[in-house]
Design a protein around this ligand. Structure first.
Ligand code: FAD
Length: 460
């Protein structure tokens, strides 16, 4: 590798790139990272972290309301968006600096510029410099996509801009039914905006268990979010500093902001992928094998740019596995099964494993255990809300193959349930675990009665 300027050049200083850089450097590689925006990437700068901070802010609203039932007199409350955004920005800047410090400590060089490939071993920086590398890792992440162009689309914002709005919009229309759309609906509604969520499909949260999708919709509506399904935005007109949003139904909805959260696409454009011999997969991401190696022998890709499972911990795991494989002498594949995931809506969703629909398509026999109950906190707060818990069990092996929760703390519960599901715990193992009382999670180990059982229908 002496003929090269560096052993490893990483394009993208986000979750996957930063982890790969640190671990490769620990294995003794000379590493350089190019980042065109801010170190930390989507998750830290305009994804998971700032989003969760806004979610925390939005939940005080419900807490203030609930407090009265517990004897508290809550004086008139008020909310200041500018303070929240300034405090959030300060925390993000702190994290960005921590990322830079981690890389500096690991002797990784960072260049704050855009990078593109010009051949399998040469990277061109936007500064005009060229770097020759033995290995290259593409970890460029993804970007919001706005779907098919419609008149007035230039007025719409994505999640990127939602983190930096100068003021809290009074009325927001959000188009999209995925987790980002649903989360921002909860954030804005909790902070006091009137929210209309517009989704072209008939149920929000495609890919999640149908009971979860149905249950969450009811809960969102109970919190005042207007959910329009089977509908899409067809035009955004600007009028008197506001927007008039035309729907496919023919109705107009007035708004102060229109947000599109209609999916994300991998950042593969203008990267010189073709020049380097890298192919794109059918899913629009960079095609990789189980070790994240692209069709070019010395070039790898991890994280959202491969469009496998687009979550931060997955990008981190893939980046780590890449570094161990190439520089640590320990070939490591990433197991993408049983990745827990959450929707930080209000109430929260936490899931791991197969949905009922997936299980019934894959397994000879599927057993369902389901519970819906009023959480203890709601008894005194008077809030009309229900928790949903559902276990999907392989009817033959009796292994729990899916766990789906909607309710307060669902994400925290799903992380731990994921350990049991990943280990192959059976329904009997869940039953043998003594409940922790009084919690909502105890329902997961006390669901004795099977709700339904389905044999797979023979293929026609
Ligand atoms: C609003 C939102 C909320 C989310 N919430 C969650 C959550 O709660 N939990 C979760 O697990 N995941 C969440 N995600 C997804 C998560 O952020 C991504 O899966 C994760 O950041 C992917 O990491 P990555 O390393 O692949 O890419 P990124 O983190 O996107 O990093 C890619 C980096 O590459 C840089 N770059 C791109 N092209 C170039 C170039 N040519 N030259 C130099 N630099 C370049 C970019 O500026 C970026 O910094 C969320 C995403 C969004 C948008």
């Amino acid at each position: 590798m002496a003929d090269y300027d560096v052993d490893l050049f990483i394009i993208g200083g986000g979750s996957g790139g930063v982890r790969a850089a640190r671990i490769a450097a620990e294995h003794g590689a000379r590493v350089m990272v190019a980042e065109e925006y801010r170190l930390g990437g989507t998750c830290v700068i305009r994804g998971c972290v700032p989003k969760k901070l806004l979610v925390y802010a939005s939940r005080f609203h419900g807490e203030f309301e609930d407090a009265a039932g517990f004897g508290w007199t809550v004086p008139q409350t008020s909310f200041d968006w500018t303070t929240l955004i300034a405090n959030k920005d300060r925390e993000i800047a702190r994290l960005e600096a921590a990322y830079a410090a981690t890389l500096a400590k690991a002797n990784v060089s960072v260049v704050k510029t855009r990078a593109e490939l010009i051949d399998p071993h040469t990277i061109m920086l936007a500064t005009g410099d060229r770097v020759r590398a033995a290995y290259i890792l593409v970890a460029t992440g993804g970007t919001p996509s706005y779907g098919d162009p419609i008149p007035g689309i230039e007025h719409a914002i994505s999640s990127n801009e939602a983190f930096h709005l100068p003021e809290l919009p009074h009325r927001v229309v959000i188009q999209g039914g995925g987790y980002i759309a649903v989360e921002f609906a909860g954030i804005f509604a909790g902070l006091g905006s009137q929210v209309t969520l517009v989704y072209r499909g008939d149920m929000i949260l495609r890919g999640f268990d149908d009971d979860v999708r149905q249950h969450l919709r009811v809960e969102l509506e109970a919190r005042g979010i207007r959910v329009l399904t089977g509908c899409k935005v067809t035009e955004i007109e600007r009028a008197d500093g506001h927007y008039s949003v035309r729907m496919s139904s023919g109705n107009h909805v007035p708004a102060d902001r229109v947000m599109f959260a209609t999916g994300r696409h991998p950042n593969v454009a203008k990267l010189g992928l073709k020049e380097a011999g890298i192919e794109i997969a059918k899913n629009g991401g960079i095609a990789v094998d189980q070790y994240s190696r692209t069709t070019a022998q010395n070039i790898y890709a991890v994280g959202d740019v491969t469009n496998r499972v687009n979550l931060t911990p997955v990008a981190i795991r893939e980046g780590h596995a890449f570094a161990d494989t190439v520089f640590g002498g320990k070939p490591t594949m990433v197991d993408h099964a049983h990745v827990p995931t959450a929707v930080f809506s209000e109430p929260e969703v936490g899931v791991v494993g197969l949905t009922e629909t997936q299980a019934r398509a894959q397994l000879a026999q599927t057993d369902i255990y389901k519970a819906m109950f009023r959480p203890m906190k709601a008894t005194l707060s008077g809030r009309s809300t229900t928790v949903l818990m559902k276990l999907v069990v392989d009817g033959l092996s009796q292994r729990v193959v899916g766990c789906h929760i909607v309710g307060e703390g669902a994400a925290e519960m799903a992380q731990l349930a994921a350990v049991a599901v990943k280990m192959g715990a059976s329904k009997a193992d869940f039953d043998a675990t003594i409940a922790l009382h009084p919690t909502a999670a105890e329902e997961l180990v006390t669901m004795r009665k099977r709700t339904a059982s389905y044999a797979r229908e023979a293929a026609e």
